[in-house]
Design a protein around this ligand. Structure first.
Ligand SMILES: CC(=O)SCCNC(=O)CCNC(=O)[C@H](O)C(C)(C)COP(=O)(O)OP(=O)(O)OC[C@H]1O[C@@H](n2cnc3c(N)ncnc32)[C@H](O)[C@@H]1OP(=O)(O)O
Length: 469
Protein backbone atom coordinates (compact mmCIF):
# COMPACT_ATOMS: atom_id res chain seq x y z
CA UNK A 1 0.00 0.00 0.00
CA UNK A 2 1.48 3.39 -1.00
CA UNK A 3 0.84 6.76 0.62
CA UNK A 4 1.92 9.69 -1.56
CA UNK A 5 2.05 13.43 -1.01
CA UNK A 6 1.58 15.00 -4.44
CA UNK A 7 3.54 18.25 -4.18
CA UNK A 8 7.13 18.77 -3.07
CA UNK A 9 6.31 21.86 -0.94
CA UNK A 10 8.30 23.16 2.05
CA UNK A 11 7.05 22.78 5.63
CA UNK A 12 6.29 26.53 5.87
CA UNK A 13 4.28 26.49 2.66
CA UNK A 14 2.41 23.42 3.72
CA UNK A 15 1.53 24.98 7.09
CA UNK A 16 0.23 28.12 5.36
CA UNK A 17 -1.86 26.01 2.98
CA UNK A 18 -3.23 23.92 5.82
CA UNK A 19 -4.42 27.04 7.58
CA UNK A 20 -6.21 28.09 4.44
CA UNK A 21 -7.39 24.56 3.59
CA UNK A 22 -8.98 23.89 6.97
CA UNK A 23 -10.01 27.36 8.01
CA UNK A 24 -13.51 25.86 8.20
CA UNK A 25 -14.27 22.60 9.98
CA UNK A 26 -13.14 19.60 8.00
CA UNK A 27 -16.27 18.29 6.27
CA UNK A 28 -14.61 15.06 5.29
CA UNK A 29 -15.13 13.12 2.12
CA UNK A 30 -17.44 10.15 1.62
CA UNK A 31 -15.54 6.91 1.09
CA UNK A 32 -17.83 6.12 -1.87
CA UNK A 33 -16.64 9.29 -3.59
CA UNK A 34 -12.88 8.83 -3.36
CA UNK A 35 -12.31 5.08 -3.62
CA UNK A 36 -12.24 3.16 -6.87
CA UNK A 37 -11.74 -0.59 -7.08
CA UNK A 38 -10.41 -2.16 -10.27
CA UNK A 39 -10.47 -5.86 -11.07
CA UNK A 40 -7.30 -6.78 -12.94
CA UNK A 41 -6.00 -10.00 -14.44
CA UNK A 42 -2.48 -8.96 -15.45
CA UNK A 43 0.40 -6.78 -14.25
CA UNK A 44 -0.05 -4.42 -17.20
CA UNK A 45 -3.54 -3.44 -16.06
CA UNK A 46 -2.29 -2.22 -12.68
CA UNK A 47 -2.22 1.57 -12.69
CA UNK A 48 -4.48 1.98 -15.71
CA UNK A 49 -7.60 3.90 -14.75
CA UNK A 50 -9.74 2.57 -17.59
CA UNK A 51 -9.90 -1.04 -16.39
CA UNK A 52 -12.91 -2.93 -15.09
CA UNK A 53 -14.24 -0.98 -12.12
CA UNK A 54 -16.24 -2.77 -9.41
CA UNK A 55 -19.37 -1.07 -8.21
CA UNK A 56 -19.46 -1.93 -4.48
CA UNK A 57 -22.63 -1.92 -2.37
CA UNK A 58 -21.47 0.82 -0.03
CA UNK A 59 -17.92 1.71 0.95
CA UNK A 60 -19.08 4.29 3.48
CA UNK A 61 -20.06 1.52 5.90
CA UNK A 62 -16.37 0.79 6.51
CA UNK A 63 -15.54 4.36 7.50
CA UNK A 64 -16.94 5.40 10.86
CA UNK A 65 -20.52 6.26 11.69
CA UNK A 66 -20.97 8.86 8.98
CA UNK A 67 -19.03 6.95 6.31
CA UNK A 68 -16.56 9.80 5.87
CA UNK A 69 -12.80 10.05 5.66
CA UNK A 70 -11.29 13.04 7.48
CA UNK A 71 -8.06 14.96 7.36
CA UNK A 72 -7.08 14.70 3.69
CA UNK A 73 -7.14 17.14 0.83
CA UNK A 74 -7.77 15.85 -2.71
CA UNK A 75 -7.78 12.25 -1.55
CA UNK A 76 -7.90 9.49 -4.19
CA UNK A 77 -7.70 5.80 -3.37
CA UNK A 78 -7.34 3.32 -6.21
CA UNK A 79 -7.45 -0.33 -5.31
CA UNK A 80 -6.32 -3.04 -7.67
CA UNK A 81 -7.77 -6.45 -6.98
CA UNK A 82 -6.32 -9.39 -8.84
CA UNK A 83 -8.89 -11.73 -10.37
CA UNK A 84 -6.10 -14.31 -10.64
CA UNK A 85 -4.93 -14.52 -7.02
CA UNK A 86 -7.44 -12.23 -5.21
CA UNK A 87 -4.65 -10.24 -3.58
CA UNK A 88 -5.06 -6.46 -3.57
CA UNK A 89 -3.00 -3.31 -3.56
CA UNK A 90 -4.13 0.20 -2.63
CA UNK A 91 -2.65 3.33 -4.16
CA UNK A 92 -3.45 6.29 -1.90
CA UNK A 93 -2.72 9.83 -3.00
CA UNK A 94 -3.58 13.22 -1.49
CA UNK A 95 -2.35 16.80 -1.55
CA UNK A 96 -2.01 17.15 2.23
CA UNK A 97 -3.01 15.46 5.47
CA UNK A 98 -3.96 17.58 8.46
CA UNK A 99 -6.25 17.33 11.44
CA UNK A 100 -9.00 19.81 10.63
CA UNK A 101 -10.93 19.15 13.83
CA UNK A 102 -12.08 15.60 13.18
CA UNK A 103 -8.75 13.80 13.28
CA UNK A 104 -7.01 12.03 10.41
CA UNK A 105 -8.62 8.78 9.33
CA UNK A 106 -6.25 5.83 9.53
CA UNK A 107 -6.65 4.65 5.94
CA UNK A 108 -4.38 1.65 6.27
CA UNK A 109 -6.43 0.34 9.19
CA UNK A 110 -9.75 0.93 7.43
CA UNK A 111 -8.60 -0.79 4.24
CA UNK A 112 -7.25 -3.68 6.25
CA UNK A 113 -10.70 -4.07 7.81
CA UNK A 114 -12.01 -4.73 4.31
CA UNK A 115 -9.16 -6.55 2.62
CA UNK A 116 -7.39 -8.14 5.59
CA UNK A 117 -4.25 -10.04 4.70
CA UNK A 118 -5.07 -9.90 1.00
CA UNK A 119 -3.83 -6.29 1.01
CA UNK A 120 -0.19 -6.18 -0.10
CA UNK A 121 2.48 -3.61 -0.83
CA UNK A 122 2.81 -2.80 -4.54
CA UNK A 123 5.98 -4.81 -5.13
CA UNK A 124 4.52 -7.92 -3.50
CA UNK A 125 1.22 -7.46 -5.29
CA UNK A 126 2.91 -7.25 -8.71
CA UNK A 127 4.86 -10.38 -7.92
CA UNK A 128 1.67 -12.37 -7.33
CA UNK A 129 1.02 -12.29 -11.09
CA UNK A 130 3.94 -14.68 -11.46
CA UNK A 131 4.18 -16.38 -8.05
CA UNK A 132 0.45 -17.00 -7.60
CA UNK A 133 -0.66 -17.22 -11.22
CA UNK A 134 -1.75 -20.85 -10.85
CA UNK A 135 -3.02 -20.67 -7.27
CA UNK A 136 -6.68 -21.21 -8.24
CA UNK A 137 -5.85 -24.28 -10.28
CA UNK A 138 -3.50 -25.74 -7.68
CA UNK A 139 -6.18 -25.48 -5.00
CA UNK A 140 -9.39 -26.16 -6.90
CA UNK A 141 -8.14 -29.08 -8.99
CA UNK A 142 -8.22 -31.15 -5.78
CA UNK A 143 -12.01 -30.64 -5.50
CA UNK A 144 -14.92 -32.72 -6.75
CA UNK A 145 -16.19 -31.67 -10.17
CA UNK A 146 -19.98 -31.77 -9.89
CA UNK A 147 -20.87 -30.22 -13.19
CA UNK A 148 -19.22 -29.35 -16.51
CA UNK A 149 -20.72 -27.05 -19.08
CA UNK A 150 -19.48 -25.48 -22.26
CA UNK A 151 -20.02 -21.83 -22.67
CA UNK A 152 -19.68 -19.61 -25.70
CA UNK A 153 -18.30 -16.37 -24.30
CA UNK A 154 -18.94 -14.46 -27.51
CA UNK A 155 -22.57 -15.52 -27.74
CA UNK A 156 -22.90 -15.50 -23.95
CA UNK A 157 -25.02 -18.58 -24.26
CA UNK A 158 -25.21 -21.99 -22.76
CA UNK A 159 -24.68 -25.70 -22.86
CA UNK A 160 -25.48 -25.82 -26.57
CA UNK A 161 -22.40 -27.18 -28.31
CA UNK A 162 -23.14 -26.12 -31.88
CA UNK A 163 -20.87 -23.47 -33.41
CA UNK A 164 -18.74 -20.74 -31.81
CA UNK A 165 -15.70 -21.15 -29.58
CA UNK A 166 -16.81 -22.96 -26.47
CA UNK A 167 -14.86 -22.91 -23.25
CA UNK A 168 -15.23 -25.59 -20.64
CA UNK A 169 -16.57 -24.47 -17.26
CA UNK A 170 -16.86 -26.50 -14.09
CA UNK A 171 -18.66 -26.34 -10.78
CA UNK A 172 -16.37 -27.81 -8.13
CA UNK A 173 -17.18 -28.57 -4.50
CA UNK A 174 -14.62 -28.42 -1.68
CA UNK A 175 -14.60 -28.44 2.10
CA UNK A 176 -13.85 -25.00 3.48
CA UNK A 177 -11.98 -26.37 6.47
CA UNK A 178 -9.16 -27.64 4.28
CA UNK A 179 -6.29 -25.15 4.80
CA UNK A 180 -5.55 -24.08 1.21
CA UNK A 181 -9.28 -23.67 0.49
CA UNK A 182 -9.76 -21.63 3.66
CA UNK A 183 -6.84 -19.40 2.66
CA UNK A 184 -8.28 -18.85 -0.81
CA UNK A 185 -11.69 -18.10 0.70
CA UNK A 186 -10.14 -15.58 3.09
CA UNK A 187 -8.97 -13.63 0.03
CA UNK A 188 -12.50 -13.80 -1.42
CA UNK A 189 -14.08 -12.42 1.76
CA UNK A 190 -13.39 -8.77 0.74
CA UNK A 191 -15.49 -9.37 -2.37
CA UNK A 192 -18.37 -10.59 -0.22
CA UNK A 193 -18.04 -7.43 1.93
CA UNK A 194 -18.04 -5.25 -1.15
CA UNK A 195 -20.74 -6.97 -3.19
CA UNK A 196 -23.13 -8.73 -0.80
CA UNK A 197 -25.29 -6.53 1.37
CA UNK A 198 -24.77 -7.25 5.09
CA UNK A 199 -22.28 -10.05 4.47
CA UNK A 200 -20.15 -11.37 7.31
CA UNK A 201 -17.27 -13.86 7.15
CA UNK A 202 -17.85 -17.47 8.05
CA UNK A 203 -15.90 -19.78 10.31
CA UNK A 204 -13.64 -21.67 7.95
CA UNK A 205 -12.61 -24.13 10.64
CA UNK A 206 -16.15 -25.51 10.90
CA UNK A 207 -16.24 -28.74 8.90
CA UNK A 208 -19.92 -28.26 8.05
CA UNK A 209 -19.11 -25.59 5.48
CA UNK A 210 -18.71 -26.45 1.81
CA UNK A 211 -17.72 -24.08 -0.93
CA UNK A 212 -18.78 -24.45 -4.56
CA UNK A 213 -16.57 -22.75 -7.14
CA UNK A 214 -17.43 -21.93 -10.74
CA UNK A 215 -14.27 -21.95 -12.81
CA UNK A 216 -13.43 -21.68 -16.46
CA UNK A 217 -10.70 -23.79 -18.00
CA UNK A 218 -8.13 -21.83 -19.96
CA UNK A 219 -6.15 -23.90 -22.43
CA UNK A 220 -2.55 -22.80 -23.06
CA UNK A 221 -0.61 -23.36 -26.31
CA UNK A 222 1.56 -25.94 -24.51
CA UNK A 223 -1.49 -28.15 -24.02
CA UNK A 224 -1.59 -27.37 -20.33
CA UNK A 225 -4.54 -25.57 -18.76
CA UNK A 226 -5.29 -23.08 -16.02
CA UNK A 227 -8.43 -22.34 -14.04
CA UNK A 228 -9.97 -18.89 -13.68
CA UNK A 229 -12.39 -18.36 -10.81
CA UNK A 230 -15.71 -16.81 -11.85
CA UNK A 231 -17.81 -17.22 -8.73
CA UNK A 232 -18.53 -19.23 -5.62
CA UNK A 233 -21.21 -20.19 -3.11
CA UNK A 234 -20.82 -21.20 0.52
CA UNK A 235 -23.22 -23.79 1.89
CA UNK A 236 -23.76 -24.90 5.48
CA UNK A 237 -24.95 -28.35 6.51
CA UNK A 238 -27.29 -28.23 9.52
CA UNK A 239 -28.41 -31.17 11.59
CA UNK A 240 -32.11 -31.90 11.24
CA UNK A 241 -33.79 -34.04 13.86
CA UNK A 242 -33.74 -37.03 14.00
CA UNK A 243 -31.40 -38.27 11.30
CA UNK A 244 -31.27 -35.80 8.48
CA UNK A 245 -29.49 -32.61 7.40
CA UNK A 246 -30.58 -29.35 5.84
CA UNK A 247 -28.48 -27.30 3.44
CA UNK A 248 -28.41 -23.54 3.67
CA UNK A 249 -26.85 -21.42 0.97
CA UNK A 250 -25.17 -18.61 2.85
CA UNK A 251 -23.29 -16.55 0.24
CA UNK A 252 -23.34 -16.65 -3.52
CA UNK A 253 -21.25 -14.38 -5.66
CA UNK A 254 -20.37 -14.21 -9.33
CA UNK A 255 -17.54 -11.78 -10.12
CA UNK A 256 -19.01 -8.66 -11.74
CA UNK A 257 -17.53 -9.17 -15.23
CA UNK A 258 -19.21 -12.59 -15.42
CA UNK A 259 -22.60 -11.74 -13.93
CA UNK A 260 -25.81 -12.13 -15.90
CA UNK A 261 -24.36 -14.91 -18.09
CA UNK A 262 -25.92 -17.91 -16.38
CA UNK A 263 -23.09 -18.86 -13.99
CA UNK A 264 -25.03 -17.96 -10.83
CA UNK A 265 -27.98 -20.05 -12.01
CA UNK A 266 -25.71 -23.02 -12.63
CA UNK A 267 -24.21 -22.67 -9.16
CA UNK A 268 -27.71 -22.66 -7.68
CA UNK A 269 -28.74 -25.63 -9.83
CA UNK A 270 -25.68 -27.58 -8.70
CA UNK A 271 -26.31 -26.95 -5.00
CA UNK A 272 -29.89 -28.00 -5.62
CA UNK A 273 -28.83 -31.23 -7.34
CA UNK A 274 -26.61 -32.03 -4.35
CA UNK A 275 -29.58 -31.46 -2.00
CA UNK A 276 -31.67 -33.91 -4.06
CA UNK A 277 -28.91 -36.47 -4.60
CA UNK A 278 -28.06 -36.53 -0.88
CA UNK A 279 -31.75 -36.50 0.03
CA UNK A 280 -31.31 -33.75 2.63
CA UNK A 281 -34.42 -32.40 4.37
CA UNK A 282 -34.50 -29.17 2.34
CA UNK A 283 -32.40 -26.34 0.91
CA UNK A 284 -32.80 -22.79 2.16
CA UNK A 285 -31.13 -19.50 1.26
CA UNK A 286 -29.91 -17.04 3.90
CA UNK A 287 -31.37 -13.56 3.40
CA UNK A 288 -31.43 -13.62 -0.40
CA UNK A 289 -30.96 -10.32 -2.18
CA UNK A 290 -33.88 -9.18 -4.34
CA UNK A 291 -32.16 -10.33 -7.53
CA UNK A 292 -31.15 -13.68 -6.06
CA UNK A 293 -34.73 -14.21 -4.91
CA UNK A 294 -35.97 -13.37 -8.40
CA UNK A 295 -33.48 -15.78 -9.97
CA UNK A 296 -34.36 -18.47 -7.45
CA UNK A 297 -38.09 -18.06 -7.99
CA UNK A 298 -37.66 -18.29 -11.78
CA UNK A 299 -35.58 -21.41 -11.36
CA UNK A 300 -37.91 -23.10 -8.85
CA UNK A 301 -41.08 -22.17 -10.75
CA UNK A 302 -39.65 -23.78 -13.89
CA UNK A 303 -38.98 -26.97 -11.93
CA UNK A 304 -42.42 -26.91 -10.32
CA UNK A 305 -44.15 -26.46 -13.69
CA UNK A 306 -42.80 -29.87 -14.69
CA UNK A 307 -43.57 -31.51 -11.37
CA UNK A 308 -46.53 -33.82 -12.00
CA UNK A 309 -47.65 -34.53 -8.38
CA UNK A 310 -48.80 -30.92 -7.81
CA UNK A 311 -50.56 -30.40 -11.14
CA UNK A 312 -54.02 -31.55 -9.90
CA UNK A 313 -53.83 -29.07 -6.96
CA UNK A 314 -52.82 -26.20 -9.26
CA UNK A 315 -55.60 -27.03 -11.72
CA UNK A 316 -58.18 -27.27 -8.97
CA UNK A 317 -57.32 -23.82 -7.50
CA UNK A 318 -57.05 -22.23 -10.93
CA UNK A 319 -60.43 -23.57 -12.02
CA UNK A 320 -62.08 -22.26 -8.81
CA UNK A 321 -60.60 -18.81 -9.45
CA UNK A 322 -62.04 -18.92 -12.95
CA UNK A 323 -65.60 -19.11 -11.58
CA UNK A 324 -67.57 -15.87 -11.53
CA UNK A 325 -67.87 -15.47 -7.80
CA UNK A 326 -65.31 -16.42 -5.20
CA UNK A 327 -66.57 -15.91 -1.67
CA UNK A 328 -64.33 -14.57 1.11
CA UNK A 329 -64.47 -17.96 2.75
CA UNK A 330 -63.38 -19.88 -0.32
CA UNK A 331 -60.63 -17.30 -0.90
CA UNK A 332 -58.91 -18.58 2.21
CA UNK A 333 -58.71 -22.13 0.89
CA UNK A 334 -57.51 -20.85 -2.50
CA UNK A 335 -54.78 -18.74 -0.94
CA UNK A 336 -52.18 -21.49 -0.64
CA UNK A 337 -51.21 -25.00 -1.65
CA UNK A 338 -52.62 -28.05 0.16
CA UNK A 339 -50.41 -29.60 2.85
CA UNK A 340 -49.67 -32.75 0.83
CA UNK A 341 -48.33 -30.58 -2.03
CA UNK A 342 -46.06 -28.68 0.37
CA UNK A 343 -44.73 -31.94 1.72
CA UNK A 344 -44.06 -33.66 -1.59
CA UNK A 345 -42.37 -30.56 -3.02
CA UNK A 346 -40.03 -30.46 -0.03
CA UNK A 347 -39.34 -34.20 -0.21
CA UNK A 348 -38.68 -34.42 -3.94
CA UNK A 349 -37.45 -30.97 -4.98
CA UNK A 350 -36.07 -29.81 -1.59
CA UNK A 351 -37.97 -26.52 -1.87
CA UNK A 352 -38.98 -25.32 1.57
CA UNK A 353 -42.50 -24.15 2.43
CA UNK A 354 -41.89 -20.38 2.29
CA UNK A 355 -40.26 -20.57 -1.11
CA UNK A 356 -42.98 -22.90 -2.40
CA UNK A 357 -45.66 -20.42 -1.29
CA UNK A 358 -43.97 -17.70 -3.37
CA UNK A 359 -43.80 -19.97 -6.40
CA UNK A 360 -47.36 -21.20 -5.85
CA UNK A 361 -48.81 -17.78 -6.68
CA UNK A 362 -46.79 -17.71 -9.91
CA UNK A 363 -47.91 -21.23 -10.84
CA UNK A 364 -51.57 -20.27 -10.32
CA UNK A 365 -51.16 -17.02 -12.25
CA UNK A 366 -49.62 -18.95 -15.17
CA UNK A 367 -52.77 -21.09 -15.25
CA UNK A 368 -55.15 -18.14 -15.47
CA UNK A 369 -56.18 -15.83 -18.28
CA UNK A 370 -54.49 -12.60 -17.17
CA UNK A 371 -56.66 -10.57 -19.56
CA UNK A 372 -59.90 -11.61 -17.83
CA UNK A 373 -60.65 -8.86 -15.30
CA UNK A 374 -62.97 -10.95 -13.11
CA UNK A 375 -60.47 -13.81 -12.85
CA UNK A 376 -57.68 -11.38 -11.97
CA UNK A 377 -59.89 -9.83 -9.26
CA UNK A 378 -60.42 -13.28 -7.77
CA UNK A 379 -56.71 -13.97 -7.95
CA UNK A 380 -55.91 -10.67 -6.24
CA UNK A 381 -58.47 -11.43 -3.53
CA UNK A 382 -56.80 -14.78 -2.82
CA UNK A 383 -53.37 -13.11 -2.56
CA UNK A 384 -54.82 -10.42 -0.32
CA UNK A 385 -56.34 -13.05 1.98
CA UNK A 386 -52.96 -14.70 2.38
CA UNK A 387 -51.09 -11.46 2.92
CA UNK A 388 -53.59 -10.50 5.60
CA UNK A 389 -53.33 -13.79 7.40
CA UNK A 390 -49.52 -13.65 7.10
CA UNK A 391 -49.05 -10.26 8.68
CA UNK A 392 -52.31 -9.34 10.29
CA UNK A 393 -54.48 -12.11 11.51
CA UNK A 394 -57.90 -10.62 12.18
CA UNK A 395 -58.28 -12.85 15.23
CA UNK A 396 -55.33 -11.15 16.88
CA UNK A 397 -57.37 -7.97 17.44
CA UNK A 398 -59.81 -9.73 19.72
CA UNK A 399 -56.85 -10.99 21.71
CA UNK A 400 -55.68 -7.42 22.29
CA UNK A 401 -53.15 -7.39 19.45
CA UNK A 402 -52.93 -4.60 16.91
CA UNK A 403 -50.85 -4.06 13.86
CA UNK A 404 -49.62 -0.52 13.30
CA UNK A 405 -47.45 0.90 10.58
CA UNK A 406 -44.36 2.77 11.70
CA UNK A 407 -41.85 4.82 9.72
CA UNK A 408 -38.40 3.30 9.35
CA UNK A 409 -34.87 4.40 8.52
CA UNK A 410 -34.16 1.77 5.95
CA UNK A 411 -36.29 2.80 3.01
CA UNK A 412 -38.39 -0.34 3.23
CA UNK A 413 -41.83 0.09 1.75
CA UNK A 414 -43.34 -0.32 5.18
CA UNK A 415 -42.68 -1.66 8.65
CA UNK A 416 -45.30 -3.06 10.97
CA UNK A 417 -45.28 -3.31 14.71
CA UNK A 418 -47.53 -5.76 16.47
CA UNK A 419 -48.78 -4.11 19.64
CA UNK A 420 -50.29 -6.25 22.44
CA UNK A 421 -52.41 -4.76 25.20
CA UNK A 422 -54.04 -6.41 28.20
CA UNK A 423 -57.85 -6.02 27.95
CA UNK A 424 -59.04 -2.75 29.48
CA UNK A 425 -55.53 -1.35 29.69
CA UNK A 426 -55.53 0.68 26.50
CA UNK A 427 -55.26 4.38 27.03
CA UNK A 428 -57.50 6.79 25.12
CA UNK A 429 -54.42 8.17 23.50
CA UNK A 430 -53.36 4.77 22.18
CA UNK A 431 -56.94 4.06 21.05
CA UNK A 432 -56.87 7.22 18.99
CA UNK A 433 -53.51 6.34 17.56
CA UNK A 434 -54.68 2.86 16.64
CA UNK A 435 -57.86 4.15 14.98
CA UNK A 436 -55.73 6.41 12.81
CA UNK A 437 -53.29 3.62 12.10
CA UNK A 438 -56.06 1.18 11.21
CA UNK A 439 -57.54 3.67 8.81
CA UNK A 440 -54.26 3.50 6.89
CA UNK A 441 -53.92 -0.20 7.29
CA UNK A 442 -56.15 -1.23 4.42
CA UNK A 443 -54.32 1.11 2.10
CA UNK A 444 -50.95 -0.26 3.20
CA UNK A 445 -52.09 -3.83 2.75
CA UNK A 446 -53.35 -3.00 -0.73
CA UNK A 447 -49.94 -1.56 -1.55
CA UNK A 448 -48.29 -4.73 -0.32
CA UNK A 449 -50.64 -6.91 -2.38
CA UNK A 450 -50.03 -4.77 -5.48
CA UNK A 451 -46.28 -5.13 -5.01
CA UNK A 452 -46.63 -8.90 -4.68
CA UNK A 453 -48.76 -9.02 -7.82
CA UNK A 454 -46.12 -7.01 -9.70
CA UNK A 455 -43.43 -9.51 -8.64
CA UNK A 456 -45.64 -12.46 -9.59
CA UNK A 457 -46.31 -11.04 -13.06
CA UNK A 458 -42.62 -10.23 -13.62
CA UNK A 459 -41.47 -13.74 -12.75
CA UNK A 460 -44.37 -15.39 -14.60
CA UNK A 461 -43.46 -13.46 -17.77
CA UNK A 462 -39.78 -14.39 -17.43
CA UNK A 463 -40.65 -18.05 -16.84
CA UNK A 464 -42.97 -18.09 -19.88
CA UNK A 465 -40.27 -16.59 -22.07
CA UNK A 466 -37.67 -19.09 -20.79
CA UNK A 467 -40.04 -22.00 -21.51
CA UNK A 468 -40.80 -20.85 -25.00
CA UNK A 469 -37.15 -20.12 -25.91
C1 LIG B 1 -27.59 -15.38 0.04
C2 LIG B 1 -26.83 -14.28 -0.66
O1 LIG B 1 -25.66 -14.47 -0.92
S1 LIG B 1 -27.60 -12.84 -1.11
C3 LIG B 1 -26.50 -12.00 -2.16
C4 LIG B 1 -26.44 -12.54 -3.54
N1 LIG B 1 -25.21 -12.09 -4.19
C5 LIG B 1 -25.05 -10.82 -4.61
O2 LIG B 1 -25.91 -9.98 -4.56
C6 LIG B 1 -23.68 -10.49 -5.15
C7 LIG B 1 -23.76 -9.77 -6.47
N2 LIG B 1 -24.51 -10.54 -7.46
C8 LIG B 1 -24.09 -11.72 -7.96
O3 LIG B 1 -23.05 -12.23 -7.59
C9 LIG B 1 -24.90 -12.38 -9.05
O4 LIG B 1 -25.63 -11.43 -9.76
C10 LIG B 1 -25.90 -13.48 -8.52
C11 LIG B 1 -25.12 -14.56 -7.79
C12 LIG B 1 -26.94 -12.89 -7.59
C13 LIG B 1 -26.60 -14.10 -9.74
O5 LIG B 1 -25.65 -14.66 -10.58
P1 LIG B 1 -25.60 -14.28 -12.13
O6 LIG B 1 -24.55 -15.11 -12.76
O7 LIG B 1 -25.50 -12.81 -12.27
O8 LIG B 1 -27.06 -14.71 -12.60
P2 LIG B 1 -27.41 -15.64 -13.86
O9 LIG B 1 -26.95 -14.94 -15.09
O10 LIG B 1 -26.95 -17.01 -13.66
O11 LIG B 1 -28.97 -15.73 -13.76
C14 LIG B 1 -29.79 -14.71 -13.97
C15 LIG B 1 -30.77 -15.01 -15.08
O12 LIG B 1 -31.10 -16.39 -15.17
C16 LIG B 1 -32.51 -16.52 -15.35
N3 LIG B 1 -32.91 -17.90 -15.00
C17 LIG B 1 -33.36 -18.35 -13.82
N4 LIG B 1 -33.62 -19.67 -13.91
C18 LIG B 1 -33.32 -20.04 -15.17
C19 LIG B 1 -33.36 -21.27 -15.87
N5 LIG B 1 -33.75 -22.39 -15.28
N6 LIG B 1 -32.97 -21.28 -17.14
C20 LIG B 1 -32.54 -20.16 -17.75
N7 LIG B 1 -32.46 -18.95 -17.13
C21 LIG B 1 -32.86 -18.91 -15.86
C22 LIG B 1 -33.01 -15.44 -14.50
O13 LIG B 1 -34.32 -15.13 -14.79
C23 LIG B 1 -32.04 -14.30 -14.83
O14 LIG B 1 -32.36 -13.66 -16.05
P3 LIG B 1 -32.67 -12.10 -16.25
O15 LIG B 1 -31.88 -11.29 -15.25
O16 LIG B 1 -32.26 -11.88 -17.66
O17 LIG B 1 -34.12 -11.98 -16.06
Amino acid sequence: MALKQKSGETAGEAKKRRLVGFAKTDEGVEANKCIKIFLVSSKDEVGAKDGFCIDPMDLNQFFGEDGKIYGYKDLMISIWLSSVSFYAYADISYASAVDGGKGITDLKLALQDIFGEALLEKIDFLQTFSTDSHCVRSIISAGTVLRCYSFNEDAESSDNLSGGSFIEHQVVRMELCSLPVGLLYSRLVPLTFLLIDGSSPIDVTDSKWDIYFVVKKIQSHTGDYDLRLLGFATVYRFYHHPDSTRLRLSQILVLPPYQGKGHGRRLLETVNSVAIAENVYDLTVEEPSEYLQYLRSCFDTLRLLDFEPIKPAINSVASSLRTDFVSKKSCKSLAGPPTHAIEIVRQKLKINKIQFLRCWDILIYLNLDSKDRKIMENFKASISTRVQSDIFDKDTKSKGKHLIEVPNDYDHDMTFVLYCSQSGEESDCLDGMLDGAQADQKQQLNKLVDKQLEDIVEIAEKVSSLRSS
